[in-house]
Write a protein that binds this ligand. Structure first.
Ligand code: TXA
Ligand code: MG
Length: 313
């Protein structure tokens, strides 16, 4: 199959309406979408990504009016979150309606919904005319794509079309909150800090790394580069000689001896560039990556989560 890379929203939406899959930009990472009402189309998403079938998919909408097609009645806390953070990088897990086929939710009675804010994404979703089920547009186990080039690298020849858009502004996936339970549960730290969410709905339970009964996706090793990833807390843990190793971190390192480095000045920049950096390290054949662990608050919480996952072999 030839993969067309295009800026034509209409061509991309036409593929979705014909039951095919399309990679598209969002403000978090690129997604790989299909008509959420069409089980056969969603099956193609699992195949293209080589995604385990027990990992459910987020359903993307452009208008809050679509919620009643997808979800059963929404709790007051869910409504507050939607009011405050839709459109944006938040996904909420709610009771699903019958219209959503079980392949989308891996047979769970709940569905995860998100309304992206990027303008091209919203225009694309509107043109589709149906909710779009979409995981990140990477091969399973690879870092999520933050550019159309990443999506092309992973999915060239496997999907008919990539909708070309800008670099992902956040560079990390959406925050996932399970609103089917009370208190709600943080299933995945992400682009919206937990602190911001708690300001709106009060206390949220945080799952530890060892317990993940309700977010199947968090069971898998994710976001992984081919290089060995070593997490460090300070400069003393870095090799004291030149070698085929790379470094990423916000702390200034005197006499950095790495072959390649990414030195963001803020945690937001760290988040935005992390997946690109991990992919570059693979292209350069880097053997070991040393990554500075940020403090586990605000966007640092999501960074720590992704770094920990990427470091598990
Ligand atoms: O930013 C994002 O969220 C990107 C863009 C494309 O929207 N999407 C994304 O999708 O990261 P994915 O499939 O890579 O991650 C979805 C996460 C997984 O951890 C999955 O297990 C969880 O959401 N999830 C989806 N539906 C769920 C459900 N019904 N219950 C619990 N967790 C669910
Ligand atoms: Mg993913």
């Amino acid at each position: 199959m030839n993969t067309l890379v295009t800026t034509s929203i209409e061509a991309a939406a036409r593929e979705i309406r014909s039951g095919n899959v399309v990679a598209f930009p969002t403000e978090t990472v690129y997604g790989l979408g299909a008509n959420a009402f069409d089980a056969h189309a969603v099956q193609k998403v699992f195949e293209a990504k080589n995604r385990p079938p027990d990992n459910p998919i987020i359903v993307h909408i452009w208008s809050k009016r679509q919620l009643n097609q997808i979800a059963k009645s929404l709790s007051p806390k869910t409504k507050k979150l939607i009011q405050k953070f839709f459109p944006g990088p938040l996904s909420v897990v709610v009771q699903k309606s019958k219209a959503i086929p079980s392949i989308v939710t891996a047979s769970l009675p709940t569905v995860c919904v998100r309304m992206p804010s990027l303008s091209i994404t919203r225009r694309f979703l509107k043109a589709c005319g149906v909710p779009v089920a979409a995981p990140s547009a990477n091969l399973s186990g690879r870092p999520s794509p933050t550019s159309w080039q990443h999506a092309l690298h992973d999915l060239d020849g496997k999907i008919p079309l990539i909708l070309k858009g800008p670099l992902a502004r956040h560079g990390l996936e959406s925050t996932v909150i399970d609103c089917s339970r009370d208190p709600p549960v943080l299933l995945r730290a992400g682009a919206i800090p937990l602190e911001e969410i708690e300001k709106v709905i009060g206390a949220v339970l945080v799952q530890t790394h060892s317990q993940h009964p309700s977010s199947p996706g968090m069971r898998y090793r994710h976001y992984a580069p081919q290089a060995k990833l070593v997490l460090v807390r300070n400069a003393k843990e870095l090799p004291q000689k030149k070698g085929n190793w790379a470094y990423v971190g916000v702390s200034k390192i005197p006499r950095l001896l790495s072959a390649f480095s990414f030195l963001p000045s803020t945690l937001e920049q760290y988040a935005r560039g992390l997946y690109h950096f991990l992919r570059r390290c693979d292209e350069l054949g880097i053997e070991t990556i040393y990554a500075e662990l940020p403090p586990e608050k605000s966007v640092g919480r999501a960074l720590v989560d992704r770094l920990r996952r990427a470091s598990q072999k």
